[in-house]
Design a protein around this ligand. Structure first.
Ligand code: CMC
Length: 431
């Protein structure tokens, strides 16, 4: 990994330090500063990690300028059109596309772990009915560590494997139960004769009182949403999972930490925030007002579903998601939905606007996913739980990669301290 022909020289306080340069298989070179403090007594400063690689990884590659997203080398548009979610899960977890026999075995293993411990139903019932499903998911996934004691030992590769399968298999069940609980309907058990996406739709939308047929076009669209969200290298929630697990915490606790991080509106919460924003805009004639607000430096308002830390050209996931949105809306016959009209016009105006072009702000994956999910009948509060269940495989793959890396250390960033110097305690009567 180190390119011995290249190094960087840092001059500081009359001292010169040679920094090794690491060359990736693809992408920009990386300065290795691991020995910097020991050699020069300085730290680097990079809030938000805009220039910092926190780990090495072989799972996902993104070129934000070119709009490229590869999983184990395969472009996301090929995976979204030719593959399906569980095959992509296998690819992310084990590094290669499965043979037919490997895929069948993997799908069987996932399918046989979809039920949750019956006692966990009582755990759900402890929540208020109006709890956000993400709040319920953070609690219930964290609580898996209290139910699955036989897959908590992270030093045992077999237990890590079992925990991974359990997490991917049970997450749709947990997300669907969080939804059912919030609308006061009975929990629906998984059906092993359905595929992963169809089973999720069944658990969300069927009721014991009548028969529910899963529409294959909707389950294909659901599967594509899962696939497009499966992994995204070292984003905030994945980095949270890695940091949490670097202390040796159990996998269920670490994934619960990832879910908590994902919930924020700058990350996975953006799909809910985007749909709420479209509803707030309400009609096409109000778009200029919101565009003006997004550009106003004194107004904290941002166009939700626009912009990305890494993609500065286009979000390749958004391109596929947009096609999927058109298909679903066509199927459901709702092209003239007012929300959709606002979305389309907002996209058109923003893409022509100099402010958004200069700052390289394009619609991201969350701009279109919310439109599809709304059309399918999901309430906005379910958008982020669906992102969480899709991303579970990414978190788990990155977690497994990290645990099996002999270089793994506890994550422990340093800081630029700007507080008071040492001073003496003053008794309360003298302050
Ligand atoms: N609307 C208006 N202005 C924006 C937006 C936006 N959505 N996003 C960024 N900007 C402006 C921002 O004000 C700043 O302007 P200036 O340079 O004049 O101060 C400039 O663009 C750069 O913004 P930044 O906050 O430094 O960029 P970042 O890389 O830290 O943030 C982001 C990336 C995704 C958090 C941000 O674009 C954003 O808040 N977008 C809306 C939320 C959203 O859609 N998030 C989903 C991301 S995709 C799904 C996922 O991976 O989780």
């Amino acid at each position: 990994m180190t390119d011995t022909t290249k190094s960087a020289t840092l001059s500081i306080g009359g001292q010169t330090v040679e920094l090794p340069v690491l060359s990736p298989s693809v992408g920009p070179d990386v300065l290795d500063i691991r020995k910097l403090y020991a050699q020069a007594g300085v730290f680097t400063y990079d809030p938000g990690y805009t220039s910092t690689a926190s780990c090495d990884s072989t799972i996902t590659y993104i070129d934000g300028d070119e709009g490229i997203l590869l999983h184990r080398g395969y472009p996301i548009d090929q995976l979204a059109s030719k593959s399906h979610y569980l095959e992509v899960c296998y690819l992310l977890l084990y590094g290669e596309l499965p043979t037919a026999a490997q895929l069948e075995d993997f799908e069987t293993r996932i399918t046989r772990h979809t039920m949750i411990h019956e006692q966990m139903h009582n755990f759900f019932r402890g929540f208020r009915r109006d709890a956000h499903p993400m709040a319920t998911m953070v609690g219930v996934v964290g609580a898996m560590s209290a139910f699955y004691h036989d897959s908590l030992d992270i030093s045992d590769p077999w237990q890590r494997e079992v925990a991974s399968i359990r997490l991917i298999a049970k997450m749709p069940t947990i997300a669907a139960m969080a939804y059912k609980y919030s609308v006061g309907q009975p929990f629906v058990y998984p059906r092993n004769d359905l595929d992963y996406a169809a089973n999720f739709l069944h658990m969300c939308f069927s009721v014991p009182a009548e028969k529910y047929e899963v529409n294959p076009i909707l389950s294909r669209a659901m599967d594509r949403i899962f696939t497009l969200h499966a992994d995204h290298e070292q984003n905030a929630s994945t980095s949270t999972v890695r940091l949490a697990s670097s202390s040796g915490a159990n996998p269920f606790a670490c994934i619960a930490a990832g879910i908590a991080c994902l919930w924020g509106p700058a990350h996975g919460g953006a799909n809910q925030a985007c749909l709420e924003m479209l509803k707030e805009i309400g009609s096409v004639d109000r778009i200029p007002e919101f565009i003006a607000r997004a550009k106003d430096k004194n107004d904290p308002f941002r166009l939700m579903g626009f912009g990305h830390r890494v993609y500065k050209n286009f979000d390749p996931r958004a391109t596929v998601m947009k096609q999927s949105a058109d298909e679903v809306l066509d199927l459901l016959g709702i092209e003239d939905n007012p929300l959709l009209q606002v979305a389309k016009e907002l996209e058109r105006i923003a893409l022509q606007d100099e402010y958004f072009a200069d700052k390289k702000l394009f619609p991201n994956v969350d701009f279109y996913s919310g439109i599809i999910l709304e059309a399918m009948g999901f309430p906005t509060s379910m958008f982020t739980p669906i992102f969480a269940l899709s991303r579970t495989v990414g978190w788990v793959s990155q977690w497994k990669e990290m645990i099996s890396d002999p270089q793994m250390k506890i994550g422990r960033p340093r800081q630029l301290y700007l507080g008071a110097n040492q001073r003496d305690y003053v008794n309360v009567e003298n302050r």
